[in-house]
Design a protein around this ligand. Structure first.
Ligand SMILES: [Zn+2]
Ligand SMILES: [Zn+2]
Length: 338
């Protein structure tokens, strides 16, 4: 099979021919039909984060395809099922986080395309317990961005406990942000989109943002204050400065949801204590979502409530696709089609 492989943190990915892996006990083999390119894949390939993956490895945690073989003891999926392989590739299933609906916090988790080979390949094996069925009515192409960008922003809106008519500011429109705008709309929020690119702000408008703020022209915190301040700000960018702007945009009682992950060396934000205390403000970290969250994301999409904006690419062009994402030229998501 063809696979895009990280061989070292400072070399481009290599397209290699590899043997098709065999599913072990409890695993399924998936013939990948589509896999999105997430910023996390780029951080993985560059070794940007504290716990580094071990090259050689295959990135990709938005892999979607058809089960073509099952290992021993697999009862929950069969050959022909269409499934998604999310970031949470495996969790222990018995720690307090796992049994209380917070499997995404499991300390024993293994992440797809990071600790285990992911979806930048024609085939991938995955834990049958942690793949999620893709329903009819959701194409594999659309399911791919929903598998990380979708579930991550859906969960961010969920943990912020947004009430209808609250004001939600989404910092960073792109693969994640274009979906965050839609989930915020779905729970009835007044939505403000913040970005530095006009094409992304136009996209946010098309997807239902009530206001857009161009952070190159105005101070977003001031612009949002003029609208009454944000009850919830969702920080999706990889720049700590934009996390601080997002916090500064909150009105009293506001919640900052931190989602984006900058490289480790830049990974700190300044938090004003007086403003946090006197304003009763919260800072919430949110990491991807559970299998159930992803099932809900797929259900909403099958109902026609969300729109995925993505462009197809070929796996052979993986390095060019990474350059496109890093240059900021991509409005939303790139998806490798197989
Ligand atoms: Zn991702
Ligand atoms: Zn666990």
């Amino acid at each position: 099979m063809k696979a895009a492989v990280v061989t070292s943190f400072d070399a481009p990915l290599e397209i290699q021919e590899r043997p098709v892996p065999e599913p072990g006990t409890g695993q399924v083999l998936v013939r990948i039909e589509a896999c999105g390119l997430c910023h996390t894949d780029i951080h993985a390939a560059h070794g940007d984060w504290p716990v580094k993956p071990a090259p050689p490895f295959v990135p990709g945690h938005e892999g979607v395809g058809v089960v073509t073989a099952v290992g021993a003891a697999v009862t929950q999926h069969e050959i022909g099922d269409r499934v998604a392989i999310p970031w949470l590739g495996h969790a222990c299933g018995h720690c307090d986080h796992c049994i209380s609906g917070w499997e995404t916090l499991c300390e024993q988790q293994q992440n797809s395309g990071y600790a285990v080979d992911g979806g930048f390949a024609e085939y991938a094996v995955a834990d049958a317990n942690y793949v999620v069925t893709v329903p009819e009515g959701v194409s594999s192409f659309d399911a791919a961005p929903l598998t990380c960008a979708g579930v991550t922003t859906y969960k961010a809106i969920k943990v912020a406990n947004v009430s209808p008519s609250e004001r939600v500011a989404v910092f960073g429109i792109g693969g994640l942000g274009h979906l965050a705008v839609q989930y915020a709309r779905l729970v009835g929020a007044e939505v403000i989109a913040v970005d530095v690119k006009q094409s992304k702000l136009d996209l946010a408008r098309e997807l239902g943002a009530d206001h857009v703020v161009d952070a190159t022209k105005v101070d977003p915190a001031e612009a949002i204050a003029a609208l009454g301040g944000a009850d919830v700000a969702v920080a999706l960018t990889v720049s700590p400065g934009s996390f601080e702007q997002a916090f500064a945009s909150l009105r009293r009682g506001g919640r900052l949801v931190c989602v984006g992950l900058p490289p480790e060396r830049e990974g700190a934000m300044h938090l004003p204590i007086f403003d946090t205390v006197l304003g009763g403000k919260s800072v919430i970290g949110s990491i991807v979502g559970t299998r159930e969250d992803l099932a809900e994301v797929f259900r909403l999409h099958a109902l026609g409530r969300t729109k995925v904006i993505a462009e197809p690419r070929k796996l052979d062009d993986v390095n060019a696709a990474i350059d496109e994402v890093l240059s900021g030229q991509v409005n939303a998501r790139l998806v490798f089609e197989f």
